[in-house]
Design a protein around this ligand. Structure first.
Ligand code: BGC
Length: 753
């Protein structure tokens, strides 16, 4: 039976809000049973606007066909429709390069897994964040998208923009650090890079996925202001500025409801408040109901089909709380027929998926696996990221950079020296064709220098033969001997993908077993010791930091990490990385330590907006190294700060300018940071909040003017009462500096009513 025109249009109008009414008026009535599709059906016409095509295609779909699109067809594919020519969206993890797409995370990361996809391993997210280089992150997104297409896929599951709330979150390495503004800028850059190539990104995990402990069951109590000021801005920016095509919901619960069925998060905040036009995809196995999930605003459940059915009955899923198959077509149809899901809602879900298939170009130009991966251009992006991301934390007596002509021997020591630890564990782990370990990089660079290697201590849990007291004593002694007979010792420590990974948190902020002792012993044997950390999180360093002359953090630098490290050690590149996360002295100093991992599966975000430097700087808790900190082999001088009210009639409030001069003898880049201080507000505010940053490249003696534009939102806080961003009139202070604790210049900014 054909539906009458009036109810159909009423339904369509209610459900695809972004389709203009005049276009809807042209839409054909919905077919109750499949009808032949003419070759010139409007949805096939690439010249027509996407929304017009969506309306046409929706009108040709049966209820069954629509319901089928709400869950995946397998582990990494959405449902295709051959009758109508709707392609499957072929996905791949993400976000640090293209990972194999068959099977679960646990299977595809293991050596010997059935499907090998070898692609460029880009630096970890936290490493890219340490570059503070939005242009580079955009190029990284573009390079990854090119690899996605080259491998015949359509969608990359990233970027990860969750905030580093606790130093122990197993996925801190994937994200962009502790600050919402920095995460927002980098998230937008990544999305733009990916979408510019016609590849679909997925901004994840919405929202507040900040610990892996019981990640399917943990219920986070977060107030509205904290959500808006800390955990949502990166998603907001990705949607509003990046026009992100998809967002992935998180596993955890927020305020008593699983994110995948949270109407408050998906429908009210993401779709209504932020105006998200794309589709929401569930994190893998995170649905718990049919009607409530669909009605909350979930558009596509992943995975689906037989893979999902097998996954949810596995002992692993039962144990962890993984759940799924709730949006399978038969279940959705039953709820539609029972009146619990409206056709309007279904049209909205499917319309969103179709729109992305059209706007991304996927419908008209399907990707076939014909391209090249791991090209020199992609490798160059990975190398630049790894190099710019290395943070020089200490350099007493200018031990660095090393002069290869003056040094005769180097001892390269440590469990992270000879193995390239390219990334943390889990679904972001990429298998590269090659990877450069620190030892490889140093050997290649230090021609003519004798390079000796010693393990020093086995990596905790990696090789049982290294774990006996005898083996440990022997390895330590060999390291001490190597260090004692070398001009310089480089000790590379940290963690690896089995200590720092998705699906569990890091056990302790302390370095893995025996590493503190190794550093202490090597430093005693050789005063010219450089400690290199390869980790995605801050580590405790109180036992040795006072004696350590030089310290670098190289995060997980991807396949080019070893080359990048050698370039920094020998001064071919000048360090310019800045910490995207504060390093506390000890875990107990960190703001959320008292409220982690939670009690009885509930975790209270009682520290509220006081995350990272917002806490350390406001409550006067001295960190080991502050947010935004990083040394260079040159020095920079800041001067002439000017804050002038903007003449523009738009949103702009003020223009800020200052001069930065390279006062040293080497070329280098400085990341100038702009913070806003609100001392007059009626409500409690952190002592400063990052609202701008710029990387400036300067030759020795060179001066450049750096400019920023501020608008009202940069001065605002989220008012739960008004459900809006509010800036209280009065005098703000604009602070400019080289870290959150190294404010070099400040000037007032008056906000009138
Ligand atoms: C992770 C996601 C990932 C998905 C698919 C989940 O376990 O949380 O980030 O994209 O698996 O592998």
């Amino acid at each position: 039976m054909r539906r009458t025109l009036i109810p159909f249009f009423a339904v369509l109008f209610a459900v695809v809000p972004f389709v203009p009414a005049d276009i809807l008026a042209q839409a054909a009535p919905q077919a109750a049973s499949p009808a032949a599709v003419p070759a010139d059906a409007p949805y096939k016409d690439a010249r027509l606007p996407a929304d017009r095509r969506v309306a046409d295609l929706l009108s040709r779909m049966t209820l069954e066909e629509k319901a089928t699109m709400l869950s995946g067809a397998g582990w990494m594919e959405s449902a295709a429709n051959d009758r109508l020519g709707i392609p499957a969206i072929k996905m791949a993890d993400g976000p640090l390069g293209v990972r194999s797409w068959a099977g679960s995370s646990a299977i595809t990361n293991l050596a010997g897994a059935p499907l090998k996809v070898l692609s460029t391993s880009f630096p970890s997210g936290v490493d890219m964040a340490a570059t503070w280089d939005t242009e580079l992150v955009q190029r990284e997104g573009q390079a990854i998208a090119q690899e996605v297409k080259a491998l015949g896929r359509d969608m990359i599951l990233g970027p990860t923009v969750n905030i580093n709330r606790v130093p122990l979150w197993g996925r801190n390495f994937e994200g962009y650090g502790e600050d919402p503004y920095l995460a927002a800028r980098l998230g937008v850059a990544y999305v733009k890079g990916v979408q510019g190539e016609g590849v679909i990104p997925s901004v994840k995990h919405f929202a507040a996925n900040n610990e892996e402990f019981e990640r399917h069951r943990i219920d986070e109590q977060i107030d509205a202001r904290t959500l808006h000021e800390i955990y949502l801005p990166a998603f907001k920016a990705a949607v509003e500025e990046g026009d992100a095509w998809t967002v992935m919901s998180a596993y955890n619960l927020v305020n008593g409801v699983h994110c995948g069925e949270s109407k408050a998060l998906l429908d009210e905040i993401l779709k209504k408040e932020l105006g998200f036009k794309g589709f929401v995809i569930s994190d893998w196995g995170s649905t718990y109901s049919t009607a409530s999930t669909v009605n909350a605003g979930m558009d596509m459940e992943m995975p689906g089909g037989a893979t999902a059915r097998a996954m949810i009955v596995s002992p692993r899923s039962q144990l962890s709380g993984n759940s799924g198959t709730w949006l399978a077509a038969d279940k959705v149809l039953a709820e539609v027929k029972a009146g619990n899901i409206s056709e309007a809602r279904l049209n909205d879900n499917v319309g969103r998926i179709l729109r992305v298939i059209f706007v991304s170009g996927l419908f008209d130009h399907p990707h076939t696996a014909t391209g090249e991966v791991d090209t020199p251009a992609q490798q160059a992006v990975a190398l630049q990221g790894a190099t710019e991301g290395i943070v020089l934390l200490k350099n007493a007596g200018s031990l660095l950079p090393l002069d290869a002509k003056k040094i005769h021997s180097i001892a390269v020591i440590g469990p992270n020296a000879a193995v390239a630890r390219t990334g943390g564990g889990g679904s972001s782990m990429v298998r590269p064709r090659y990877s450069i370990a620190p030892l490889d990089g140093i050997r290649t660079r230090a021609t003519g220098v004798e390079v000796k290697y010693a393990l020093g201590v086995g990596m905790e849990g990696e090789d049982p033969t290294q774990d006996t007291p005898e083996a440990r004593a022997k390895a330590l002694q060999e390291a001490v001997d190597a260090a004692a007979h070398a001009d310089v010792a480089v000790v590379v420590v940290g963690r690896y993908s089995k200590l720092e990974a998705e699906s569990f948190d890091v056990k302790t902020m302390d370095l893995a077993a025996g590493q503190d002792e190794l550093i202490e012993a090597v430093e005693k044997a050789n005063p010219h010791t450089i400690v290199v950390l390869n980790s995605g999180d801050p580590v405790t360093m109180t036992k040795w930091i006072a004696q350590t002359p030089a310290l670098l953090e190289m995060w997980y630098g991807g396949q080019e990490g070893g080359h990048a490290l050698a370039a920094i050690l020998f001064g071919d590149a000048n360090p310019s990385g800045k910490l995207p996360v504060s390093f506390p002295k000890k875990f107990e100093d960190s703001p959320a330590s008292a409220n982690y991992p939670g009690v009885n599966l509930k975790v209270n975000y009682a520290e509220g907006i006081y995350v990272g430097y917002r806490y350390y700087d406001t409550k006067n808790v001295e960190p080991q190294f502050p947010f935004g900190f990083g040394l260079s082999y040159t020095t920079f001088e800041y001067s002439d700060l000017k804050v002038t009210p903007s003449q523009s009639s738009g949103n702009e409030l003020a223009n800020v300018s200052l001069k930065v001069k390279n006062t040293g003898t080497r070329a280098g880049s400085e990341v100038v940071q702009l913070y806003v201080h609100d001392g007059h507000s009626k409500i409690d505010r952190p002592v400063r909040e990052l609202k701008g940053f710029k990387r400036v490249e300067l030759k020795p003696g060179e001066t450049k003017t750096v400019g920023f534009t501020l608008d009202r939102s940069d001065l605002s806080y989220w008012s739960p009462e008004k459900k809006a961003w509010v800036a209280d009139p009065g005098t703000f202070e604009i602070q400019v500096g080289a870290s959150s604790r190294d404010i070099r210049l400040h000037a007032p900014l008056e906000l009138k009513k």
